[in-house]
Design a protein. Sequence first.
Length: 78
Amino acid sequence: MNENTLQSKMSNTTLKGTSGDNPQALDAGFRVYQLTKSHFPRVDFKPDPEASETENLQRLEAYITEKEAQLIGLFDLH
């Protein structure tokens, strides 16, 4: 089957039964979506190798709290 025959068959394809007595052409293509910049903050936290595990956990909790506040501030509509 050559390309012209295939294109002709695809353009004549209808999707029957979805619009009552008026069948619609089948959209056999594909869609391309472009992603936008994320509003989610980057994670730049790095544990301090000189600090204890407890200190690093405290720093991580403070970092997460700060980033959550930034994220909530972006979507706060008040």
